[in-house]
Design a protein around this ligand. Structure first.
Ligand code: 5GP
Ligand code: ZN
Length: 116
């Protein structure tokens, strides 16, 4: 995906504040944090969204979920956190490279979504 901004972050063509990296995933701070702790974890292999994920993505997604807890504890959210995976038009996804938001901090977050 040549024009994918998260692929460019993985390639180092766009700078980011890295939290963690290994062969399968990259974690980096969100450029527009919504809470004291707000970073994302992405699989290095491009997939548009969770709606496009298949069995071949199960291993990396499992690793990301486990790593999320460890990184949240180590980066300012030891008492809990929230994962968000905005998916597709209904999920209000803006960047179409699957990413898992990790959001937290010292204080309880707002409730899950606002009722309209
Ligand atoms: P989405 O709405 O797709 O779930 O979230 C995309 C997120 O990517 C947003 O929270 C936005 O702030 C973040 N973002 C967009 N462009 C960049 C960028 O170039 N660098 C970083 N670090 N975050 C970005
Ligand atoms: Zn990508």
């Amino acid at each position: 995906m040549n024009d994918c901004i998260f692929c460019k972050i993985i390639e180092g063509k766009i700078p980011s504040r890295k939290v963690y990296e290994d062969d399968d995933m990259l974690a980096f701070h969100d450029i527009n944090p919504l809470a004291p702790v707000h970073f994302m974890i992405i699989p290095k292999k491009h997939v548009d969204s969770l709606a496009q994920a298949g069995p071949e993505h199960a291993a990396v997604l499992g690793k990301i979920m486990v790593k999320a807890g460890q990184l949240a504890r180590e980066h300012g959210s030891p008492e809990g956190f929230r994962l968000i995976v905005n998916t597709g038009r209904i999920g209000r996804q803006d960047v179409y490279h699957l990413h898992i938001h990790i959001i937290g901090g010292p204080n309880p977050l707002p409730r899950m979504i606002a009722k309209e």
